[in-house]
Design a protein around this ligand. Structure first.
Ligand SMILES: [Zn+2]
Length: 131
C-alpha cells in the first residue's frame, strides 16, 4: 500500500519535473547559504539583524526553488557554469584573470610578476595590469 503510494508519488513528481531544470551545484550552494543564514540568525541579539538574516535565508531558499522549477534550462545551466568558473578562479592561486578591455576575452596570467603588459590572444589589444 505504502510502496504503491510512494511509486505513484514519485511518478507524479517526475511528471511535474519534466522539462524543468532541477538542481545543480549552484542550487546546492544557494540552499547551503540559506540554511547557514537561517542557523546563525538566532545568535544575533539585535532583532533587526535577526530579521535580516531570516529574510535573506528565506530569499535564498525561494531563489533555489525557483531555479529548480525553472523551464528555462539553458539560462540556468549558464548560471551554474559561470558559478563553477568563478570558483575555479578563486581557487587558482597561481594565476590572475583579467578581462580584455576591448573584446571582453578573459586572459589568464601568472601571479606575482609585478606590472606586466598583457596582449589579448583574441584581438591583440595590449593592456598593463598588476599581477
Ligand atoms: Zn581582446
Amino acid at each position: 500500500m505504502f510502496r504503491q503510494f510512494m511509486a505513484r508519488l514519485s511518478a507524479k513528481m517526475q511528471r511535474f519535473m519534466a522539462g524543468r531544470y532541477g538542481t545543480d551545484r549552484l542550487n546546492m550552494a544557494i540552499l547551503g547559504a540559506g540554511l547557514a543564514a537561517c542557523l546563525i540568525s538566532p545568535f544575533f541579539r539585535s532583532p533587526l539583524i535577526n530579521l535580516l538574516f531570516t529574510a535573506v535565508s528565506y530569499g535564498l531558499m525561494i531563489w533555489a526553488i525557483c531555479r529548480a522549477l525553472s523551464r528555462n534550462t539553458y539560462k540556468r545551466y549558464q548560471e551554474n557554469r559561470k558559478f563553477l568558473q568563478f570558483f575555479d578562479r578563486v581557487k587558482d592561486r597561481q594565476h590572475r584573470y583579467f578581462e580584455c578591455p576591448k573584446c571582453r576575452q578573459v586572459v589568464r596570467v601568472p601571479r606575482g610578476k609585478g606590472k606586466i603588459a598583457i596582449t589579448c590572444p583574441k584581438c591583440r589589444e595590449k593592456f598593463v595590469k598588476k599581477t
